[in-house]
Write a protein that binds this ligand. Structure first.
Ligand SMILES: Nc1ncnc2c1ncn2[C@@H]1O[C@H](COP(=O)(O)OP(=O)(O)OP(=O)(O)O)[C@@H](O)[C@H]1O
Ligand SMILES: [Mg+2]
Length: 379
């Protein structure tokens, strides 16, 4: 989605509401002075209203405002006003100490916890039953002479690659060799410095990330970045909402539930991301990417940090995704998975394509071993 545009609209809307309220307040009070409007207490009350109710829930500030206003008006006359202010001050201290997220999120968390109490199954992916489609002849991704510079640093120095439809394509290389950068320029996260990228025959180099996503490219991030205040289901529904055609909210929820089940997270749909382990957070990232129904899926180290059993389940999952018809480019350091999964692999080194071919041959190539482990091990 065009995040800049949405953030700008959100900012304009909230600034507009605040401006309108300021106008109403001025009419209500009858006069305005700079010192009266900009003194510390006005700002403090506004902050307390949202802190108390919960700034991240639309109803939170309303609840906070109702509470504070009632309190201040209850103690309006002379000496009593001081008591009102003292109670407001005390509330602020207590809210910051005990309810840093506000009342509403605290209630929501408490309700989720009581509902999700008890043992829940750990993410488990069912083995694929559908036979994988054979790799097609058509190129779904064509990368030509792609370069990316960050100031004086050449992260990609002219990379050429083709990925065929239905292929699982492994992208490996030592740390800092440009793997993530390649995914970032294909998905539009960073603009290209030069070169071209085509997906399904359409040039996408230079398009904004959301335009590229609309053309069927989805990606995961090396470090999972879910929305921490939304449940697993809400996180995936959001991706389904912006990922595809416009549908009813019930349909999008079903779509999200489908991908949550597909990635083995069914038991965790109502859990907040903080309640997931690393393995499950990585699968949530995958479920979000899948909810956009991509033709081409770019995975950045979804297996790193997983134990051997979790790697097995992730390998099954990647195969299941391919069986559904997606093409997968994945960056990985777990060599067992690279060799088991990939149809072909490309090795990057210092921003250049170093080797390309069948996984076992490439990984046995002494030149490839030497860039990973140094020349001494290559023999
Ligand atoms: N936003 C950025 N600004 C400046 N330099 C960057 C940026 N992103 C990446 N680089 C640099 O580009 C080079 C390639 O980085 P990249 O993250 O693509 O490596 P990688 O192959 O994904 O490594 P790893 O296996 O450690 O994830 C590195 O030297 C890195 O420091
Ligand atoms: Mg990387």
């Amino acid at each position: 989605m065009p995040t800049f545009r949405y953030k700008l609209i959100a900012f304009a809307l909230s600034a507009g509401i605040a401006g309108a309220v300021g106008g109403i307040h001025a009419m209500y009070v009858g006069f305005l002075t700079v010192s009266g409007t900009f003194e510390l207490t006005v700002g403090l009350y506004v902050v307390l209203m949202s802190v108390l109710g919960g700034a991240r829930h639309w109803l939170g500030p309303a609840i906070g405002a109702a509470f504070i206003t009632t309190l201040l008006y209850a103690f309006i006359s002379g000496g009593e006003a001081m008591i009102g202010r003292a109670i407001v001050g005390l509330t602020l201290i207590l809210a910051i100490l005990w309810l840093p997220d506000g009342l509403l999120p605290a209630i929501k968390k408490w309700r989720l916890r009581s509902r999700t109490a008890g043992d829940r199954p750990i993410a488990e992916v069912a083995p694929v039953v559908t036979a994988a489609k054979p790799v097609g002849e058509r190129n779904i991704l064509e990368v030509r002479a792609v370069t990316k510079r960050f100031g004086g640093l050449q992260a990609l120095a002219g990379v050429d690659l083709e990925v065929r439809e239905g292929e699982i394509f492994g992208l490996v290389g030592p740390n800092g060799s440009g793997k993530t950068t390649l995914i970032n320029v294909i998905s539009g996260h960073y603009p290209l410095s030069s070169g071209t990228v085509a997906v399904d025959g359409v040039q996408i180099g230079g398009l904004a990330a959301h335009e590229i996503a609309r053309r069927g490219v989805a990606r995961t991030y090396q470090i999972p970045r879910p929305f921490v205040n939304m449940t697993v289901l809400e996180n995936v529904t959001l991706a389904a909402t912006f990922g595809g055609k416009s549908r009813s909210s019930a349909e999008m929820r079903d779509e999200a539930l489908h991908w949550i089940g597909f990635t083995g997270l069914s038991g965790k749909a109502d859990v907040l991301p903080a309640g997931l382990n690393l393995h499950e957070r990585k699968f949530l990232e995958l479920a979000r990417a899948l909810a956009a129904r991509p033709k081409l899926l770019l995975l950045d180290e979804v297996l790193s940090g997983l134990n051997p059993a979790e790697v097995d389940s992730a390998i099954r999952l990647v195969r299941a995704i391919r069986a559904q018809g997606a093409t997968i480019v994945f960056v990985e350091h777990v060599m067992r998975a690279v060799v088991e999964l990939s149809d072909r692999i490309a090795v990057l080194n210092e921003g250049k394509l170093f080797a390309l071919g069948a996984p076992r041959e490439v990984m046995r190539d002494p030149r490839v071993v030497s860039i990973y482990l140094g020349k001494a091990y290559a023999a």
